[in-house]
Design a protein around this ligand. Structure first.
Ligand SMILES: Cc1ncc(COP(=O)(O)O)c(C=O)c1O
Length: 434
């Protein structure tokens, strides 16, 4: 244990314990999830799928992957799943590779309005390989405009219509999106990386019955290990002219499986797949539904409390775990807010607001999320206090003493909400060893 890496891990564990974690894409995975991640399954190569591997010695990891698949199917009512994507980005890349040939058309949510890089940004392989057009939110309401999506789809004739976001605080109308996709003969793909846990808990509209393919991460609201998944629901249509629904599903799943491996990945990370299985098992418990309900309630209380303090919350609230704050009326940029809040022990990320006059590295807003602190046991009362701390910090951005005072207050407060992670038996860097 002399490797300084363990000291840095301890420093990070402490940072996670002592600060208010409001990054919407983060959460605290359970000790059971972390145990599976740190297991001997890391050592195993298992290219292929359960029962059809390119390596020997896979009998136990086959069981692990089968359990992960079955639990995920149960969680979302899916007909077919692949639990191997190393991340959400890989899940999306594989699905696009499966459904599009280079140069074919993809219509997706604008990155600057809350979409994701992997949905066709010129900086991502999706933007380099495919011909991309975006839809966005309305300038007056910051809400998706399904009529505009339909018009764009009619004019652009995409082969894939992609939905889903990194920062959109409202629910999606999958049924309408499917009617648009059907009208233009497109595949409908939903990326539910952010709200997956809330969808699994049946608190948001369910994309599975309406979308041809669904992708997700497993580490945000779903509270598992970092990773991705691909799913198909009951309605997978008949794009390949197969005679039976079973034949269609088989054809489509074979195309998706091989787009992932060997299309873009090598050996699956069996330790992560085990950790996914653990997280899916946790998400199947009634307690996860209670947790997810609280995630949404907390976000709504946070939005309300900030509005009462004069902040502009985009769309006037939230349906999910995300609160987007436009800071322009406060004369603060997203970058300055992020920096100041960090000094106060509050971790958020600066965020472009739709039609933002600022570049992404400055941005006019911040994105707040409730999944992590809800895992620590925060309810409405604690989130009213969070809003008060945010407001005090943002009104004293150049007062380092005040920010340090808030930081201490938060650290003391959080002693009542401990994380269930054992500390590393090493001194953290910069502190004298005991
Ligand atoms: C909507 C969406 N899709 C995909 C991803 C990519 O996931 P990962 O970081 O696991 O590659 C993210 C991550 O933020 C996301 O928000």
């Amino acid at each position: 244990m002399t490797d300084p890496i363990f000291s840095w891990i301890e420093a990070e564990r402490r940072r996670q314990e002592e600060g208010l974690e409001l990054i919407a894409s983060e959460n605290y995975a359970s000790p059971a999830v972390l145990r599976a991640l740190g297991s001997v399954l890391n050592n195993k190569y298992a290219e292929g799928l359960p029962g059809r591997r390119y390596y020997g010695g896979c009998e136990y990891v086959d069981e692990v992957e089968r359990i992960a698949q079955e639990r995920l199917k149960l969680l979302f009512g899916a007909e077919w799943v692949n639990v191997q994507p190393h991340s959400g980005a890989q899940a999306n890349a594989a699905v696009l590779l499966a459904l599009l040939r280079p140069g074919e058309r993809l219509l997706s949510f604008e990155l600057a309005h809350g979409g994701h890089l992997t949905h066709g940004s010129p900086l991502n392989s999706s933007g380099k390989l495919y011909t991309v057009e975006h839809y966005g939110v309305r300038a007056d309401t910051y809400l998706l405009d399904y009529d505009q999506i339909r018009e764009k789809a009619r004019a652009f004739r995409p082969k894939v219509l992609m939905a889903g976001a990194s920062s959109y605080p409202r629910d999606w109308d999958w049924k309408t999106l499917r009617s648009i996709a059907d009208e233009v003969g497109a595949f409908l793909v939903a990326d539910i990386a952010h709200p997956a846990g809330l969808i699994a808990a049946k608190l948001l509209n369910d994309p599975l019955p309406h979308c041809h393919v669904v992708t997700s991460t497993t580490h945000k609201t779903l509270r598992g290990p970092r990773g991705g998944v691909i799913l198909m629901g009951r309605d997978f249509d008949n794009p390949f002219g197969e005679k039976t629904p079973k034949g269609q599903l088989k054809k489509m799943s074979a195309i998706l499986d091989s787009a992932l491996f060997p299309g873009i990945q090598g050996g699956p990370h069996m330790h992560t797949i085990a950790a996914k299985a653990v997280a899916f098992g946790e998400a199947l418990q009634p307690e996860f539904r209670r947790y997810s309900r609280q995630v949404i309630r907390n976000a709504q209380v946070l939005a309300q409390a900030l509005m009462e303090r004069g902040y502009t919350v985009l769309t006037g609230g939230t349906d999910n775990h995300i609160v987007l704050v436009d800071l322009r009326n406060k004369g603060i940029t997203g970058r300055d807010a992020e920096r100041g809040l960090e000094k106060a022990g509050i971790t958020v990320n600066k965020n472009l607001i739709p039609y933002d006059p600022q570049p992404p590295l400055i941005a006019s807003g911040i994105r707040l999320g409730t999944p992590a602190l809800t895992t620590r046991g925060f309810t409405e009362a604690e989130f009213r206090q969070v809003a008060a701390w945010i407001d005090t910090a943002l009104t004293h951005l150049s007062d380092d003493e005040k920010l340090a005072k808030i930081r201490n207050e938060i650290r003391e407060f959080l002693r009542g909400y401990p994380l269930p992670y054992a500390s590393e038996p090493v001194p953290v860097p910069g502190e004298a060893s005991a």
